[in-house]
Design a protein around this ligand. Structure first.
Ligand code: PGA
Length: 253
């Protein structure tokens, strides 16, 4: 069954005390999970994962995710973090294919394909990001671009592997810019993504996959975005760094 979802991407922000303060506030405000609640995930920077994991609210209302993982299963890769390490500190999710990784760290579809495989083999659920730049949108090539990102990056997975994946649509022009996609723009692309999933896999896989919107989503616009039939929640950057805003977004369904 398709799940509602809100994931907070803390990016390269906060210090350890700040991260603990944030998760403690989120835990206080969210409290115990109700069956109707969305799945809530927080994705702190690597050094804070274990400590934040210890401060998650009791009862499993918030899950731990990482912002990246290496594509290899361990070894001599100085400075890198492998998927199994993340699982060993309590991570259940990992963001892969974020546009900031694609852009600043030259992560391409081939590499992301390997990252997906390694993460899945370790037991992580990937939150796989796709999204077009402003140039692509203005050139009216959004759908072709997204279709290619899905085909080259994601659709090589088996049915069983794909069932573990959450997709995030994050138009690059909306990330951290304060410029949100309208709910109609988001819905249009989300519906398109679901259609591509139905073609690549099955109608049931398309019905079941959660597709999140990301890009300047906040406590003010989340309700409108999440009211769209194919928008199953959000991947939240800036607004996930304030407990009150993040909790308001979680309560926006
Ligand atoms: P933003 O970031 O909410 O700050 O725009 C979203 C994301 O990059 O996941």
């Amino acid at each position: 069954m398709r799940q509602k979802f809100v994931a907070g991407n803390w990016k390269m922000n906060l210090t350890y005390p700040g991260a603990l303060a944030l998760i403690s506030e989120i835990a206080d405000q969210l409290g115990a999970a109700k069956p109707t609640d969305p799945v809530v995930v927080v994705c702190p920077p690597f050094p804070f994962l274990s400590g934040v994991g210890e401060h998650l609210p009791k009862g499993g209302s918030v899950h731990l995710g990482a912002q990246n993982a290496h594509h290899k299963e361990g070894g001599a890769y100085t400075g890198e973090v492998e998927a199994k390490m993340l699982v060993s500190v309590g991570c259940e999710y990992v963001i892969l294919g974020h546009s900031e990784r694609r852009q600043h760290f030259r992560e391409d579809d081939a590499l992301l394909g390997q990252k997906l495989k390694t993460a899945l083999a370790a037991g992580l659920k990937p939150i796989f990001c796709v999204g077009e730049s402003l140039e692509t949108r203005e050139a009216d090539e959004t759908f072709d671009f997204i279709a290619k990102q899905l085909k080259d990056g994601l659709f090589h997975l088996s049915n069983e592997e794909f069932a573990q994946v959450v997709i995030a649509y994050e138009p690059v022009w909306a990330i951290g810019t304060g410029k949100t996609a309208t709910s109609a723009q988001a819905q249009e692309v989300h519906a398109f993504i679901r259609e591509q999933v139905a073609r690549a896999y099955t109608a049931a896989a398309a019905t079941d996959v959660s597709i999140l919107y990301g890009g300047s989503a906040n406590a003010q616009n989340a309700r409108e975005l999440f009211s769209q039939p194919d928008v199953d929640g959000g991947l939240i950057g800036g607004a996930s760094l304030k407990a009150a805003d993040f909790v308001a977004i979680v309560r926006s369904f």
